[in-house]
Design a protein. Structure first.
Length: 302
């Protein structure tokens, strides 16, 4: 496969390509949230969820409108015109699934040491059958997560630590300390609306959505749940610390996704945790969180 074989046409590069990619991410988020046709797509909420500024979110929303999946309305912003689970949404979501599969393949090869630490973009394009634009987007994402870095002048290098069992154990131990501690903060509080939203999402996952989600969506769902709980402490350092460790442990977490029964048990624990928090039983919730995080990785999704 030559560079010309994998390079997209000029019409598929730059802002257009990025906008369509963001459209897929927005639609995937809407599916995770159980949104329906007619629901508002709130820019700031999407920007927070996807960790980007509002400007690219607007580009993604306009791309959704061009695809007939959303429309702009006066004084309301954008609303969905089609359900994220409809047939009309499948082509837009397919690109997200393809990118997530390529990401998972790279992660698995790095963890199993099936790929050299030093690689070129041409090698990666051939190995994973990606266009240059697709690869560059993945490399930007992986670099932001801290497990690859550009070499001076030419090529890329995967970090030595990402396949280390010690890093896996350290990440788990760190979370088992900070997440229960967040719940035990004297000012810890979750609004009823937040608890209800988290519960509804976990129930949808348990009710069958799990089998439709990509590995990236499963992972992101778990991260969002735990970060929302940590946010209840009212101390941004808990959430910032959790996000940092999440970016590293992602590779290890992907190992567990074949165990769907284990993941369902894990989601049931999420629901039990919400019940305890709603009842104000913070000490019991913190202990459940500690046990939840100390289970073997093969039975954890977050």
């Amino acid at each position: 496969m030559t560079d010309s074989d994998t390079s997209p046409s000029p019409a598929r590069t730059g802002a257009t390509d990025r906008a369509e990619h963001l459209a897929g991410l927005i639609l995937a988020f809407a599916r995770r949230e159980g949104m329906k046709a007619g629901d508002r797509l709130i820019e700031q909420k999407l920007a927070d969820a996807l960790d980007v500024s509002r400007a690219p979110i607007r580009l993604g929303l306009k791309a959704l409108e061009a695809a007939g999946l959303a429309r702009g309305e006066p004084n309301r912003g954008f609303v969905l015109t089609k359900s994220p689970t409809s047939g009309a949404a499948r082509p837009t979501l397919a690109a997200v699934s393809r990118a997530e599969q390529a990401y998972a393949d790279i992660a698995a090869d790095v963890l199993d040491q099936r790929i050299d630490a030093d690689v070129t973009e041409a090698e990666l394009m051939r190995r994973y059958e990606l266009s240059r634009t697709e690869l560059q987007r993945l490399l930007d994402r992986i670099a932001a997560e801290g497990w690859i870095a550009r070499l001076p002048g030419y090529g890329w290098r995967f970090a030595d630590t990402v396949s280390s069992p010690e890093v896996q154990a350290q990440a788990a131990a760190f979370r088992a300390v900070i997440e229960p501690a967040a719940i035990l903060q004297s000012g810890f509080h979750l609004e009823r609306e937040i608890i209800d939203r988290l519960r509804q999402h976990q129930q949808r996952v348990l009710g069958g959505e799990l089998d439709k989600m990509t590995i990236g969506e499963v992972y992101q769902s778990g991260c969002e749940f735990h970060e929302e709980i940590a946010r209840g402490a009212g101390n941004p350092f808990f959430v910032d610390s959790l996000r940092r460790v999440n970016s590293i442990r992602r590779l290890f977490a992907y190992r567990s996704f074949a165990d769907r029964d284990g993941m369902r048990r894990h989601v049931k624990e999420h629901l039990r945790l919400l019940d305890l928090l709603e009842a104000g039983r913070h000490a019991d919730a913190a202990e459940l969180m500690r046990r939840h995080l100390q289970r073997p990785l093969s039975s954890r999704i977050s």
